[in-house]
Ligand binder design. Sequence first.
Ligand SMILES: Nc1ncnc2c1ncn2[C@@H]1O[C@H](COP(=O)(O)OP(=O)(O)O)[C@@H](O)[C@H]1O
Ligand SMILES: [Mg+2]
Length: 614
Amino acid sequence: MTESQEHQTSGNYPPPKNSINPDTDLGWIKRLLPVARSHRKPMIIGVCVGSVALILNVAVPAIAKEAIDSTIAGNREELTVWALILIVVGLGRFVTGALYRISLFRVAWGVETDLRALLYSHLTKLSFSYFDRTQSGQVISRANSDIRSIQVLLAFGPLIGMSIISFILAFCFMMTIHIPLTMVALSTLPGVYFFGQKLRHSVFPLTWVSQARLAELATIVDENINGTRVVKSFAAEKQQISLLQKAARHIEWVNVQTIKERAKFNPVIEALPRIGMAIVLLYGGLLAIDGQVSIGTLFAFNAYVIMLQAPFRMFGFLLLQTQRASASASRIFEVLDEKPEITDLPTAVKITEVRDSIRFQNVNFSYSGSQSLDPAKGSRARSEIITNLDLSISAGETIAIVGMTGSGKSTVARLLTRFYDVNSGSILIDDVDIKRIQLHSLRQQIGIVFDEPFLFSTSISENISYGKPDASEAEIVEAARKAQALGFITDLESGFSTVVGERGYTLSGGQRQRIALARCLLEKPSVLILDDATSAIDVGVESLIHESLKTSLEETTTLLIAQRVSTIALADRIVFLEGGAISDEGSHSSLLSRNAAYAAIIAESNPETVKEIS
Ligand SMILES: Nc1ncnc2c1ncn2[C@@H]1O[C@H](COP(=O)(O)OP(=O)(O)O)[C@@H](O)[C@H]1O
Ligand SMILES: [Mg+2]
């Protein structure tokens, strides 16, 4: 298998087995359970091995105590036995500890990977309206830290839980030996918890500030790099650099504050168990002199004081991380619970062509966000973009939609492809409401080319064959030829394998438009929508494109959204869109002579032509 083939097969990367529980009334852990359950095997191994590790861990000081006491008693054989046991236990602890960590982190990373895949695949299903009202970039970057905080809890939560259990075990063991000495030995540990909490309370807000500032910095860097053309053309580099420096200084400040707080508390937290050791030595030593406890006990208690500070240090962290993970989970679930607005009905039918007609019947539409776009208006009424639109297009016809900027021309195209659903009225293809047509087949039949096409950072031929990855080379070349792109592509040093820069910026606007057109033509759609799609192409080349389109697209229903007379002239019929409805229609010359508003738009967008006419 070649490398590129490998990239295309998804079989090697199976999707997550389970999604989250859809019941929004459940708590976050219960909702997450199905995802965790698909990593059952490492989880079970982890719990079993972890329990063994735990017991061995607590056993070490107890065994050492016996060994020391045997030494003092002068019992050579017993000492050897205890020492051997200690070696075996030590080895066992090493192996189980390693296995335990590996399986725990397996589960944690597995859940993280699943959540990421679930979130991304869900985002791709969401409708345009969701992306209109959400900053998708933010959703994704926030999701990264949210997923991470759940992963951290899954990885460290059980570790901390285990250390709490080991505390209880050791505590019971110590109590059986000497109750007052146990109390003395553990007396400093609440202090560890107390100062640990204090440290967290002062550092936690700082970590939030730090995260926010890092995001700020990332935004500045991102805008600076992506907007580098604007920055350079306004010679605003200095301004950008000082912005960046300001953001970097802010981050420095937070980090210095954080380290100051840590420097204040950490030495105390580390000193407390040592003080505990000293007290054990003093009080325990006196007890030992009196013969009440053995020297081995003294040693074991000392070891426990150090070992048992861990749960006290980390318990607060566990509480905090649980809160964090719960907040993170609810943000992730918010996205996953978002229902895609535009989906297939179970009874949806497949279409393979447009035989007869496309009809808009009394269509009304408003973008759900547009009511809030103009707060000055104060009215809560949604501003209607399309009002009572009626339009009938016969199969094979070429029509042009002309209208002012913002009159809703692109919206008409978006409604036909169901990027958005109409508020009322209906759009019919061969008398079938498009809501009853399978989305995939609808969009396959309708090819749409936008004025600012998006190209991927891959080769030209991969960009052209995007909608049909198995297209042959001949098909790709043919599509490029029809879009009048063949000439400039073959002039490029690497031809069709030229990798276009980020978003195709290494190409001119007109070249990008022609590649986008070729990409669309390759799919041989029944309906072709050119939404200002040739606006950046020279008039001369454009007419060549139209020539080739005319012959090859005889049967294709074509919707031209354009202002240029040269483009409009291709249409069998022109409809004039005003105030969200069609106010007039006819041939170019008849509209020009009888409709002043139409003539004004044409004059505005075609100054040279009008000069020629007058
Ligand atoms: N995604 C959107 N959300 C809200 N309003 C939008 C959106 N897209 C376009 N609009 C608004 O709808 C109106 C029509 O836009 P559009 O159809 O793109 O016009 P045209 O293509 O004729 O220039 C404009 O007023 C525009 O501000
Ligand atoms: Mg438009």
